[in-house]
Write a protein that binds this ligand. Structure first.
Ligand code: ATP
Ligand code: MG
Length: 212
């Protein structure tokens, strides 16, 4: 049995064409079903639905043989025990610093002000501000980062941005782009050795179906 860990939503949707290239069709719709384990047209392949941030953990400890996870999630996890053969070029966005539209970020940086930064991505944020020589107090959040500058919890946030519409709707502006984000295929290293004859053709099929 091959187990693939995916998160519901954009990663699931954007992985479907890659699975199709490997001859795999998921035979149940996760938005309609309450099942957490979805069968496929291949009797020896199943999909498990987990939180996006849990995908690396499932694959690391062998709860799944492979999975699809955002670079954001992989950087926070650390990637230990994971083979990362492919950038799938899906679920693309960027990680950015954003502030309230009426907050003068450039001046705060120039004056060396100590900023409070709220984020789910504390590892990446710590590294980013250290590289800039800025002193920041990081506040770890698990959701709705946009709310932090609006309530006075923080001066800035580090969050994912794609169209910028969510920022705009909350009167926030993007002031720095930290890195481009896309999702990668991650494979359990032991599984790759033990199930190589089944996994290698799957990885090759995914590779051939990646869109530029
Ligand atoms: P949840 O929504 O369940 O709290 P989550 O926010 O981590 O979890 P998603 O919003 O589905 O889950 O995001 C999953 C992955 O998709 C992220 O880790 C990131 O790599 C990518 N992603 C997140 N937001 C965007 C976006 N606006 N555009 C494109 N890709 C995104
Ligand atoms: Mg989300």
């Amino acid at each position: 049995m091959i187990t693939l860990a995916l998160s519901k939503g954009r990663i699931f949707e954007e992985t479907l064409p890659l699975l199709a290239a490997a001859g795999i069709t998921v035979t149940e719709d996760p938005e309609k079903s309450r099942k957490l384990i979805l069968p496929t047209n291949q009797p020896d392949v199943r999909v498990v639905l987990v939180r996006a941030t849990d995908v690396p953990t499932y694959v690391q400890y062998g709860g799944a043989d492979m999975g699809v996870a955002g670079k954001d999630v992989l950087l926070e996890h650390g990637g230990e025990g994971l083979y990362q053969p492919l950038d799938l070029n899906i679920a693309k966005c960027r990680m950015s610093v954003a502030v309230r539209a009426d907050f003068d970020y450039a001046t705060a940086v120039r004056q060396g002000s100590r900023l409070r930064v709220a984020t789910k991505y504390t590892h990446v944020a710590r590294q980013h501000f250290a590289d800039k020589g800025m002193h920041v107090d990081l506040i770890k959040l698990y959701g709705s980062m946009e709310l932090a500058p609006l309530t006075g919890l923080a001066d800035a946030i580090v969050d994912l941005v794609s169209t910028g519409k969510t920022l705009q709707a909350n009167h926030l502006v993007e002031v720095e782009q930290i890195m481009e984000i896309s999702s990668r295929l991650v494979v359990n290293q032991a599984a790759l050795k033990l199930k190589r004859t089944r996994l290698k053709p799957l990885i090759d099929a995914f590779a051939s179906a990646i869109q530029p």
